[in-house]
Design a protein around this ligand. Structure first.
Ligand code: GDP
Length: 330
């Protein structure tokens, strides 16, 4: 494979090349991994060039199935394209690795965007662990940005760690919810409110509009308890309707406002840099664990050590030391 030519074609915005490049970063084959990393190095923006300021907006979107994510993304994406943006939609769906199919990123869910020249939709990779999906998605973001997509929407459903994973790869993390009040508020995973930079009560249309407004007020109250008064950014709660196209401008204005606030405080670029460092260490941890599990010396003593711990003839701490000694080859 000619990595230089592929990089050029991706930069030129050729769709077929982009698809090939994404398939390459999703691959787990050793020779593909190597080519993928060379490609990514070529396509990562040069930190010394004058055009270092990031132009893209990376936006995470989460919410339970049925909350209206695809309807919303379709509508928002079309609006943004109308304003001259190029929009990419990615999905992080850990369940796809088990079922081999994804409920997210399915092109049929975004009828208008899927036929747009200035949009690119990619479903969640269906191989590997959440770690594998996260890696492929992060690397795909680099490819998409190199290809000129300046709005990257990453959608996920709140399964396991997927929300944290997506929040760690985007600039702004948005939680879509339905009108919930009182006891129903308890049903919202607490963690997601802590992660969210923006909360939107969706389907605020027709007879649900008032309900949505009062739900938004309650949620705003709950959020005030989470974020201190002097926080740089206190997540606002919006109401909107993806179906009717209500509140989409406000949503996007809020995304840009969030960026402005972080940028003015010097936090925007810093957040991206921090994410890269965290990401580096996440990969080190993942690789180390894989090497540990695959290590012949560890494999050789594993059953015996576990048996001794079970029998109570070896403490857990000593067992851990023994396994690590075997791993270190000592
Ligand atoms: P997703 O599973 O989160 O992607 O949700 P969908 O976008 O597929 O929407 C689920 C259902 O809710 C569909 O029947 C949509 O037509 C409907 N829906 C989506 N957005 C809205 C909205 O803003 N208002 C109303 N009333 N219905 C909506």
């Amino acid at each position: 494979m000619d990595v230089d030519a592929l990089a050029e074609a991706v930069r030129g915005g050729e769709r077929a090349a982009l698809a090939r490049a994404i398939t390459l970063v999703e691959s787990t084959r050793a020779d593909h991994r190597d080519q993928a990393q060379r490609l990514l190095l070529k396509l990562t923006p040069d930190k010394h060039s004058s055009a270092t300021a990031a132009v893209s907006n990376r936006v995470g979107i989460t919410g339970v199935p049925g909350v209206g994510k695809s309807t919303f993304i379709d509508a928002l994406g079309m609006d943004l394209i109308g304003k001259g943006h190029r929009v990419a939609v990615l999905a992080v769906d850990p369940s796809s690795t088990r079922t081999g199919g994804s409920i997210l990123g399915d092109k049929t869910r975004m009828a208008r965007l899927s036929v747009e020249r200035n949009a690119y939709i990619r479903p969640s990779p269906t191989a590997g662990t959440l770690g594998g999906v996260a890696k492929a998605t992060r690397e795909t973001i680099v490819l998409l940005e190199a290809a000129g997509y300046d709005v990257i929407l990453v959608e996920t459903v709140g399964v396991g760690q997927s929300e944290v994973t997506v929040a760690d790869m985007v600039d702004v993390f948005c939680f879509l919810t339905l009108a919930r009040t009182g006891d129903q508020l308890q049903g919202i995973k607490k963690g997601v409110l802590e992660l969210a930079d923006l909360v939107a009560v969706n389907k605020a249309d027709g007879k649900h509009e008032m309900e949505a407004k009062s739900a938004a007020r309650e949620l705003a109250g709950a959020l005030r308890l989470i974020h201190p008064h002097d926080a740089l950014w206190r997540p606002p709660v919006l109401t909107m309707s993806g179906l009717e196209g209500i509140g989409l401008d406000k949503f996007w204005d809020t995304v840009l406002e969030h960026r402005r606030v972080l940028t003015d405080a010097g936090e925007f670029d810093e957040k991206r840099r921090r994410q890269q460092i965290d990401w580096t260490w996440t990969m080190v941890h993942d690789q180390l664990l894989r090497r540990l599990a695959d290590n012949p010396a560890v494999k050789a003593i594993r059953a015996q050590v576990e048996k001794q711990v079970r029998d109570g003839t070896l403490t857990a701490a000593l067992a851990a030391e023994e396994l690590l000694r075997a791993f270190d080859g000592r």
